[in-house]
Design a protein around this ligand. Structure first.
Ligand code: ZN
Length: 76
C-alpha cells in the first residue's frame, strides 16, 4: 500500500477560510480561535468536529478505492 496523507484543515465556520492557529499555543477544548479573514471567533470544539468528519470522509473514500482495487486484482 502506498503512502497517503490525509489533509484536514481547521476551517472557519463562518467564512470557510483555513484557520491559522498560533502553533506554539496548544488548543484546548473550549478555546476560541479567531479567524484572520472575518475575525469571527470559532469554537474549537465545533471546528474540530467538522475537521474530524472531513477526515473520516477522506479515509472512507480512500479505503473504498483501495478495496475495490484489491477486488479487481483478485478477480481478474
Ligand atoms: Zn472566517
Amino acid at each position: 500500500m502506498k503512502d497517503k496523507s490525509f489533509e484536514v484543515t481547521l476551517k472557519c465556520l463562518f467564512c470557510d477560510s483555513p484557520l491559522q492557529g498560533d502553533t506554539d499555543q496548544e488548543l484546548n477544548s473550549g478555546d476560541m480561535i479567531e479567524c484572520l479573514e472575518c475575525h469571527e471567533l470559532n469554537d474549537y470544539d465545533s471546528v474540530k468536529d467538522v475537521a474530524i468528519d472531513e477526515g473520516e470522509e477522506q479515509v472512507k473514500q480512500y479505503a473504498e478505492d483501495e478495496i475495490s482495487k484489491m477486488l479487481k486484482k483478485t478477480f481478474k
